[in-house]
Design a protein around this ligand. Structure first.
Ligand code: EPU
Length: 337
């Protein structure tokens, strides 16, 4: 494995922020990762793991070793009459995996089409969109323990999935490096079209014969019409999570703001952060090279040459406005580096 010095991270983050990593390396197998852990101990520098760089905001140069996980491969490990179990390298591009599955007629991830990032990062924050979360198709994962260097398996329960959460963002934060993820896909599709926009788009596309390919096409269409393409405008998808508030608090807000949307959850009511941000007047606002997207205000954007620290400061201003007006604290979904 080759350790490069003073590397610009511009090509490695979808926000398009130009910061320098003191050291940079790519791992194509488990052995490379073990070597990188060894380097980090010898150089006494932190080892920061990078997937597709689609959920990070670089706010400064990093005096660290940045390790891009580039483990490839997709292997069927088990097959039953109803399911196929497929183990995928952490470095595989998420959308490529989705397209591959659709081509083979394996169902379960079609609603998650076009999500940027890698397979290895997907369980980290239990990625989700259009009515599906990865926890619904997850079987197990393989990860390297950074302290003991042991290669360990995590089953569904051990991952402690929640809304954009897993054990790897909480009590095991920074302790494991995910190398492979195994998914349990369906040979007989179960279609999920309940998320309003999907059914509307399928109707508009005049789809009579529902297939997983049609659902994927619809999701791609919706995403492309609402979300900025990171290849053209830097962004990391949703910047904040949708907050869940107490039912009593929601009822009180509803009296003051009758149009407030809310989705009942076991723990309270989930309120779209996009709505809260729009109501505070931030939607579509541009400040030099950065701003708040005009179609989806949950997405902060870098029009080119923007600075990560400025985006962070904009996100804090948005948090303050929402807190002041609605008494709700938005938590970031992206990770600050
Ligand atoms: N809304 C507004 N104004 C807007 C846009 C949306 O008020 O300009 C409100 C509307 O009430 C709308 C609601 O927000 O019904 C939900 O909007 P949308 O369907 O766009 O979804 P979201 O809740 O804003 C979440 C995920 C997205 C995912 C979509 C679709 C989070 C943090 N974000 O967004 O995930 O694509 O649902 O399932 O849960 C990501 O995580 O990076 C991401 C893009």
């Amino acid at each position: 494995m080759q350790l490069q010095k003073d590397i610009s991270l511009l090509p490695y983050n979808t926000f398009g922020i130009d910061k320098i990593a003191k050291y940079f390396a790519e791992a194509t197998n488990e052995q490379d990762i073990l070597e990188a852990i060894d380097f980090s101990k010898k150089l006494n520098l932190p080892l920061i793991v990078l997937g597709g760089g689609s959920n990070i905001l670089l706010t400064k140069d990093l005096n660290a070793i940045l390790l891009k996980i580039n483990i490839q491969g997709m292997e069927v490990t088990k097959e039953t009459a109803e399911h196929v179990f497929v183990e995928v390298g952490a470095g595989v591009n998420w959308h490529d995996f989705v397209l591959d599955s659709i081509e083979k007629n394996w169902a379960g991830v079609e609603n998650l089409s076009l999500i940027p990032g890698t397979v290895g990062a997907s369980p980290m924050q239990n990625i989700g969109a259009y009515g599906i979360e990865i926890k619904e198709v997850f079987e197990n994962l393989t990860a390297i323990n950074r302290d003991t260097l042991a290669i360990e398996k995590f089953d569904w329960a051990q991952c402690e999935f929640g809304y954009r959460e897993s054990v790897f963002k909480n009590k095991l934060k920074g302790k494991y490096i995910i190398t492979r993820v195994c998914f349990k896909l369906n040979k007989k599709p179960i279609f999920h079209t309940a998320y309003g926009a999907i059914q509307d788009t399928l109707n508009a596309m005049q789809v009579n014969d529902l297939t997983i390919k049609a659902i994927s096409d619809a999701v791609i269409h919706i995403r492309q019409s609402k979300l900025p393409d990171p290849k053209k405008i830097g962004n990391a998808g949703s910047f904040f999570k949708n907050p869940t508030i107490e039912t009593e608090k929601f009822e009180a807000l509803k009296k003051q703001y009758p149009s407030i949307p809310g989705y009942p959850m076991p723990e309270g009511v989930k309120v779209p952060a996009a709505w809260l941000i729009e109501q505070t007047g931030w939607k579509g606002k541009r400040f030099g090279n950065i701003g708040v997207h005009q179609n989806q205000p949950l997405v902060l954007v870098n029009y080119g040459g923007g600075d990560g620290a400025e985006i962070k400061s904009l996100s804090e201003k948005i948090q303050n406005s929402v807190k002041e007006k609605f008494g709700i604290l938005l938590s970031p979904e992206v990770n600050f580096l």
